[in-house]
Structures are given as structure tokens and as C-alpha cells.
Design a protein around this ligand. Structure first.
Ligand code: FAD
Length: 492
């Protein structure tokens, strides 16, 4: 364990962040590492509590409690405390293929379940995780692991997000020949085009993909399965197929005026900006540019927050984010007890930034957009809204009612729609003859196989929009099942 009395002696310290007014001047990651000494002190805070809830990885009422990939957190906390960074890295890689992604973008359900969190601020697990892996790369401890033997069996993975990458990594290490197909021009799925650069620099994603390439995985980019290559051809040429196509079908806004110029789906905005940043440092003029304009993001979730942070970096004149839910409580409520995710109000990076620029949190709660009005050229000019109230009905369900007299008009030149995702795109499953249920590919959580033998599914495509850490978990699990399938049916 860490230092037996560490949790009483030391205070929690997490990664340092650049001040908001500084970091919005660039697109670089805003979180920076603590010193080795500070990190060892943070490792010392782990109590090795006997029954470490931080790594239990179960779902309670739809959200993760503890680490879904069962990272053996107390062990690497102890190793860091003792300065055994390389051993900590080995221990971390045992359960997590890509700690450099989760160490940057995971909402850290492990910290919400940390036993110390019952009475004190939780151990800074995410900061420690990120530092272990970053040190690993800096010290060249991470080198290509090229499998000594090949089985001669071929697996196609469709989609290169974290689920596809984790599955590819696992299967490649087992000696199978893996080809990952990706329709985009760069691999990584939402790690590349979705999560913005300031949260996860794209060199970090490329670094891992290059490593996987050196280890023998074949990446075929700019290739859409079902269009550029038929599903029949895939079935003929591979011994097993894994569908990791994500759940990127966005929910559209269907109100008057939503087809006006200047109204965009959030993902189109985020993708264009990242592409332009990577291709030309934003000089190619291909990204939507909101400089000097009034921006409204409709949708109160994390995708909306990423749009807010992007707009503020482009120097928008004003940025607001509309959500239909009330503000979250500032402390844990009785219905979200430890070790559940507390689901409390946070001033996320994007809101901190807008607060620094505009003097207030950009979020508007319990607000409904009734219509969008365009100018004579068809370009959005203003949004008409009304406030809502959330009422608990006698039947035990919540209802949203409009509050008369609260109508308001908001000027806007750009509107980004971030009201969620409808689920998996249907073309690929349909062409493979794979069943889709509730907008997800139907495949069991036990063996990840679809109704078509030899065709498996994992990640958001199977579970719906989720988190990077769940995608990694699913990628690892589907790989284990594909390996069993190949052993049982093909190698027999
Ligand atoms: P995806 O990452 O969606 O990858 C699917 C890939 O399949 C895509 O690259 C797609 O192009 C490809 N594909 C689809 N169809 C085909 C085809 N026919 N042929 C070839 N390729 C195809 N999670 C976090 O944990 N932390 C965060 O901070 C976070 N931020 C997010 C921000 C945004 C804006 C969004 C939208 C999501 C965020 N998430 C975050 C969620 C997380 O990114 C996803 O849960 C995760 O990426 C899902 O991984 P996946 O591999 O299942 O699918």
C-alpha cells in the first residue's frame, strides 16, 4: 500500500491546468503533469482499503461505479509512491491498452468510488495514470511488441475508435492478422475527430496508432465498408469480423427554422475544426469559423461543452449553451450515494473558459428553443425560447412544462446542435444481415457475437454512445471471444 498514514498527512492535488485566459489562445492540451515528487505524495494517499471499490467496474443505474477495465489502481499507486514507475507502467498496461487516452479524457469513475472519497477528497488516480504512461513514452519504455508467431487467421475490424483499436491490439498480440478499416482519413474514431485537441492532442492518438502499425496491424483508411468494399468481400476474405462502427448518428433538431444557414450538427463543427487544425493549422478556411459571432449551442451535455470550448478559442463574440435539465446539485444527493457517480455540478473546462471571458457560466438551464428565425438571406438571426419547469407527477414520472411569460429572443449567427445521438448507422449491420435493436447492434454481453456466426460487435455500436473506457473494455472482451471462436471453429 501507499504510506499507511499518507491519506491523513497529504492533501489531494490533481494535474495543473493552464489559466483559462491563457489556454484559449491555443489548441494545445491544457492539463499538465505534477512533478514526480508530487505524484509520489499523491500515490501515498491511497489507503489500500482492503476492498478497493475504485477498480470494481460495475454499472449502477446506468453509470459506471469504479473502473470498467478493472485497473489495479491500489497496486500502481503503491508502485508510484515507491518510485517504481516502470513496474507501475507494466501493471497499468495489464488492464488498459491505452492509458494515455483514459488518463486524459476519462471522467474517472474510479475517483468517484475511491474509499477515501467517503470522508476526504479522493486519491488523484487519473493524474497518476496519465503520468505513468507519459513517463513510459518519454523514457522509451514502450516499444513495439511484435508477435513471435502468426496463426494465419485473419480478422477484419470495421471502425478504428477505441473499441476497434483495443480489439485489434489484443488479437494482434495473440498472433492473428488484423486489418482495421476506417472510412475517415485518420484512424482513432472519436479520439481523433470528436474529442477536441485541447483535451486530447492528436499526436497522442497518432503515436499509439503508429505503434500498433509497427506491431503488425494493417490500417486501411479512407475506406467505407458497405460502399468502397462490399460486406460480401469482407466475409469472404476474413475468418472473423468485428463491427466497431460507433453510434455516431446524430439526433437532429426538428423545429421551425432548423434548416437555416448557420445551423450545424455539433459533430460537423468539431470534426471540421480538428481536420483544419491538423491539415493546415486552421489556415485552409475549411472549418466553420465563428470569430466575432454570437453562438448558441443547443444541448447541455459534454459534446455541447466541447463546442463551447471550440467557439471560445475561435473568439466568438458570445457563447451560450442551452440545456433542458435543471442545474445539478453541488453535493451528492441521497439518490447517488457513494460508490456511485455523484452526478454533481461541475465547472468543466469549457465553462471555466467562458466564465473568464464573458464573466459568467454560459449554461442556461430548463430552456426550450421554440423556433429559429433566419434573416432575408436564409442565415440564422435569432432563437426564440421559453423557460421550463420540471415537475414530479403523481404517477412518479417527471414532466417538463412551459412557464408562460418567459419567452425570450436570443441573437445568434451560429447554432450548434448537440442534442444527443440516435445510435448506430444501419447500413453496415443491414448489409451483413446483423440485427439492430434499440438503435444498437444486437450482440450479447457474454460473447459479443451477433446473430450472424463469425460477426461480432463491440463499443458504442453495441452499447450506445458511451465512454472511451467502456469502448476499451468492450474491445478487449470482444477480442477474447473472437479468439475463442477462432480456436473452436477454425483452428480445430
Ligand atoms: P467511435 O469512436 O465512434 O469510432 C467508430 C469508427 O467507426 C469511426 O471512426 C467511424 O468513422 C468508423 N466507421 C463507421 N462506419 C464505418 C464503415 N462503414 N466503414 C469504415 N469505418 C466506419 N468519452 C470519454 O470517455 N471522455 C470524453 O471526454 C469524451 N468526449 C467526447 C466528445 C465528443 C464530442 C463525443 C461525440 C464523444 C465523446 N466521448 C468521450 C465518447 C467516446 O468518444 C466514445 O464513447 C468512444 O469513442 C466510442 O468508441 P467506439 O470505438 O465504439 O466508436
Amino acid at each position: 500500500m501507499g504510506k499507511p498514514t499518507g491519506f491523513m498527512e497529504f492533501k489531494r492535488e490533481k494535474m495543473k491546468e493552464q489559466p483559462p485566459l491563457e489556454r484559449i489562445k491555443n489548441w494545445n492540451e491544457y492539463a499538465t503533469r505534477l512533478t514526480d515528487e508530487q505524484l509520489q505524495t499523491q500515490g501515498a494517499r491511497c489507503m489500500d482499503c482492503g476492498t478497493p471499490f475504485c477498480h470494481m467496474g460495475i454499472e449502477i443505474r446506468g453509470t459506471a461505479a469504479g473502473c470498467p477495465i478493472q485497473n489495479v489502481i491500489p497496486e500502481w499507486n503503491d508502485l508510484v509512491y515507491k518510485g517504481n514507475w516502470k513496474e507501475a507502467l507494466d501493471r497499468l498496461h495489464m488492464t488498459n491498452n491505452f492509458p494515455e487516452f483514459t488518463g486524459r479524457v476519462c471522467p474517472a469513475p474510479c475517483e468517484a468510488s475511491c474509499t477515501l472519497g467517503i470522508t476526504d477528497p479522493a486519491v488523484a488516480i487519473k493524474s497518476i495514470e496519465r503520468s505513468i504512461i507519459d513517463k513510459g513514452f518519454e523514457n522509451n519504455w514502450i516499444t513495439p511488441r511484435i508477435p513471435a508467431n502468426r496463426t494465419g487467421l485473419k480478422v477484419a475490424i470495421i471502425g478504428s475508435g477505441p473499441a476497434g483499436l483495443a480489439a485489434a491490439d489484443q488479437l494482434n498480440q495473440l498472433g492473428h492478422s488484423v486489418t482495421v478499416y476506417e472510412r475517415d482519413d485518420r484512424a482513432g474514431g472519436l479520439l481523433m475527430y470528436g474529442i477536441p485537441n485541447m483535451k486530447l492532442e492528436k499526436e497522442v492518438v497518432e503515436r499509439r496508432i503508429n505503434l500498433l502499425r509497427q506491431e503488425g496491424i494493417d490500417f486501411v483508411l479512407n475506406t467505407e465498408i458497405g460502399k468502397d468494399i462490399s460486406t460480401e468481400e469482407i466475409k469472404e476474405n476474413f475468418d472473423a469480423v468485428i463491427l466497431c462502427t460507433g453510434a455516431q448518428k446524430q439526433r437532429e433538431l426538428r423545429i421551425d427554422g432548423s434548416n437555416s444557414e448557420g445551423v450545424h450538427l455539433a459533430m460537423d463543427y468539431l470534426t471540421d475544426v480538428t481536420k483544419s487544425l491538423l491539415n493546415s493549422n486552421l489556415t485552409d478556411g475549411k472549418a466553420i469559423n465563428v470569430k466575432g459571432k454570437d453562438v448558441i449551442v443547443i444541448g447541455g451535455g459534454d459534446t455541447g461543452a466541447d463546442c463551447v470550448a471550440t467557439a471560445i478559442r475561435q473568439k466568438a463574440r458570445s457563447v451560450y449553451q442551452f440545456g433542458k435539465h435543471p442545474m445539478l446539485p453541488t453535493t451528492r444527493m441521497p439518490d447517488t450515494p457513494w460508490p456511485q457517480d455523484p452526478n454533481i455540478y461541475k465547472l468543466d473546462y469549457a465553462y471555466e473558459e467562458v466564465e473568464a471571458v464573458q464573466g459568467g457560466d454560459p449554461r442556461e438551464y430548463l430552456i426550450q428553443t421554440k423556433k429559429i428565425i433566419a434573416d432575408k438571406n436564409g442565415h440564422v438571426k435569432e432563437l426564440h425560447t421559453i423557460q421550463m419547469e420540471k415537475i414530479l407527477g403523481e404517477d412518479g414520472f417527471y414532466y417538463f412544462n412551459e412557464i408562460p411569460g418567459t419567452e425570450k429572443i436570443w441573437p445568434a449567427k451560429y447554432v450548434f446542435v448537440a442534442i444527443g445521438f440516435e445510435g448506430v448507422e444501419k447500413t453496415v449491420p443491414e448489409q451483413f444481415g446483423v440485427k439492430v435493436q434499440n438503435n444498437r447492434i444486437k450482440a450479447s454481453q457474454t460473447d459479443f457475437e451477433t446473430n450472424v456466426p463469425g460477426i461480432f460487435a463491440a463499443g458504442d455500436a453495441r452499447r450506445g454512445q458511451s465512454l472511451v473506457v467502456w469502448a476499451i473494455k468492450e474491445g478487449r472482451a470482444v477480442a477474447a471471444n473472437v479468439h475463442h471462436y477462432l480456436e473452436a471453429r477454425v483452428l480445430k
